[in-house]
Ligand binder design. Structure first.
Ligand code: GLY
Length: 357
């Protein structure tokens, strides 16, 4: 099975397949046949798929250790150094093969090396497939703030192959489910006309998705990406609408920083952010009890539960103030106000502290 989606704002394709990985590698090689390739790849993926990588000739590899803490300035500089040492030119290409960390840092290196060279995203985690590989957000983490240095720089092409997921560990798969669930809560804002009723679909097909039934997986990935593409085409640089993709993320980024990027995966943190903001919306009478309950039930179906944290509200708020979406006096949240509908709110530091009461 093969689907091709297009991001019209920069006219690039996203291929979603369940072909064999070696078929996909051949396609990738063919697509970049006149270019020198610097492949930035996650260590785990490289070790698991050495044979498949042998098919890619005329390529150099930069192997990145796994984990968000690797998305740092040192590794960014090492990638640039490697690019220069192999004489990568403006007509060459960087290929990111791995999860969100690899895609973000390799994309940022591509966007700045020689003022920007081509890059291709080959996401190997569910989270990167449904979210980070598409839309052109590239970044590294610095100064206790996630993605604080980065660029909007769209890839040339995205190759998604669900066969990578066969070796993805359970926790990382679940992290991807967190981002998928996010789309269910923002569906009506996305302006995508062919509604699948994601909230209901995810409620009904939870068992199939959890067991990674291929057709369900592909359908959900394709649908989430259609929602994302619709948003990115309307607002590539996050001047307005695109902020909705940060649903659950204000709280999530603070948790990730406080957990030193080790304690929580991104998706786990996003789900806690969703619980947090649903509780607030319900307490403020923005959503009905029935929607609140349906939402809790949906999250529970995917084995998520709200957990309590040892971090003090003031610590959390301090980190939130460093978030890219915050201004001098206010912190931004994306909040549900109706079924599958969200809006942006800005709260003062005191108001945010009161959210924890
Ligand atoms: N992951 C959120 C965005 O791409 O805007």
């Amino acid at each position: 099975m093969r689907q091709v989606l297009n991001v019209s704002v920069k006219n690039y394709d996203i291929v979603i397949t369940n072909d064999s990985l070696s078929t996909m590698m051949k396609e990738l090689e063919d697509y970049t046949k006149n270019q020198k390739r610097l492949i930035v790849v996650s260590k785990k993926v490289y070790n698991l798929y050495k044979e498949e990588f042998n098919d890619l000739c005329n390529s150099d590899f930069f192997i990145l250790n796994d984990g968000e803490k690797e998305k740092n300035i040192k590794n960014y500089l090492k990638i640039l150094e490697k690019a220069q040492s192999i004489n990568l030119t403006r007509s060459d290409v960087i290929i990111a093969i791995g999860g969100g960390v690899v895609g973000d840092i390799a994309g940022f290196a591509a966007s700045t090396y020689m003022r920007g060279i081509d890059y291709i995203q080959v996401p190997t985690t569910l989270l990167a497939m449904v979210d980070s590989s598409v839309g052109g957000k590239t970044a590294i983490d610095m100064f206790n703030a996630k993605n604080i240095v980065g660029s909007f720089y769209q890839p040339k092409k995205v190759f998604i192959n669900i066969n990578w997921l066969k070796t993805l560990d359970k926790r990382q798969f679940s992290s991807g489910l967190g981002e998928i669930l996010k789309y269910a809560f923002i569906e009506d804002n996305c302006g995508y006309k062919h509604s699948l009723y994601l909230f209901e679909y995810l409620t009904l097909c939870a068992d199939k998705l959890l067991s990674q039934e291929p057709m369900t997986l592909m359908r959900v990935i394709e649908y989430c990406l259609n929602l994302k593409i619709s948003v990115v085409n309307q607002d590539e640089k996050e001047a307005g609408l695109r902020k909705i993709l940060n649903f659950g993320h204000t709280f999530a980024h603070a948790l990730e920083v406080l957990g030193k990027y080790k304690k929580y995966t991104h998706g786990e943190a996003v789900v806690q952010g969703i619980f947090f903001i649903l509780n607030y919306a319900y307490a403020k009478n923005l959503i009905t009890y029935s929607y609140y309950r349906l939402s809790q039930d949906l999250l529970t179906k995917y084995n998520f539960k709200s957990v309590s944290f040892k971090y003090s509200p003031s610590n959390i708020v301090e980190i939130m103030k460093k978030d890219k979406k915050a201004n001098q006096t206010e912190i931004t949240f994306i909040i549900p106000y109706d079924k599958k509908k969200v809006k942006e709110i800005k709260l003062s530091e005191v108001e945010v502290l009161n959210m924890f009461l």
